[in-house]
Ligand binder design. Sequence first.
Ligand code: ZN
Length: 372
Amino acid sequence: MPKKKISKEKSIRRTKRLTELAICAVLLVGGGICVKGMVDRSNTVSTNSYKDKAEVEVTDPTEVTTEEFDPNKIIYTSKAVKTKDKFAGNLILVNNDHQYFTNGNEDLVSIYDANVERGLEECFSTVDNTYSIRRDTYGPMADMIKAFYDQYHLNTLVIYGSYRTTAFQQQLYDADLAETGSEESVRVAKPGFSEHETGYAFDFSLYYDDHYADYDGTGDYSWFNGNCWKYGFILRYPENKTDVTKFQYEPWHFRYVGVPHAFYMAKNGICLEEYEQLVEQHPYSGEHLEFTVDGGKHMEVYFVASDDGSEETMVPVPSGYKYEISGNNSTGFIVTVYKDEKAEPEAAETQPASQPETQAETAPAEETQPQE
Ligand SMILES: [Zn+2]
């Protein structure tokens, strides 16, 4: 079955503003400056019930109180994020129930060109030079494959599926239906509903002895199953989760979500659908999801519902710490806090899922894949 799917791909290839106020009390103690932002639905100022319970409540935003400066305590400020950006980011859930809405900012790179640039042609290849993937996914993907290559000296890996336009996905879907005579496919996603349209996913195949072979993630290749989280990837359609993903087991399909999230899912044996649900149960106002990634990085993850009546959603973010914001593609935003890493002032501003409009011109859409 997979082989047929793969050969089809090959042949077709050829062819929230919250009503809340964000208020800052400036605390100057012992030379340390601590900016404290609070978000509360009642328009009064309260502290985050999660981390700041012990802190003094302030009712006048201009009031200055004194407080011990604690560099380990996370202080939150509010960041205005475009509400429509809940449909973008490395944690969006795309499946048969959740359509992908492109913003045209996939920021794709040619895998072939990038391999040449990095001198990785010997390491792995693509079926032809039309394959592209998100820039922020290519890097970790190439690093992962190179680590495998350095260890096993196997140059048999081929990227057989990567970014697809919706039109191309339509072709694959139609071909699969024609072949199976079925009205619904469990092996080719509906057009608009494939992770491949996001640019965050890729499929492996193998090529040796002048022929392609299915990648099944066994033998030496099982290295990827155990190590892909270190590069931010998950096996998106695990064998024991087909009842949740509603998709066949695909040992060859990897999805980029970022290292901490990939770690959590791998460690706890849950798939993306289950992880998204779990994170939604950890809102900003409640208990945040806290865990330590193997290697020692302390993480905090929480959910912020989108303000769908407004063009902007105010998202509480940690002041002074590295963080990332991603949409979940339906109900809001997921904030990822790297508790051991200080934010770089400019970097913090470029972190949100929102991407500047100017990137549109660097993100070719339709013409990156042949539509033969
Ligand atoms: Zn795939």
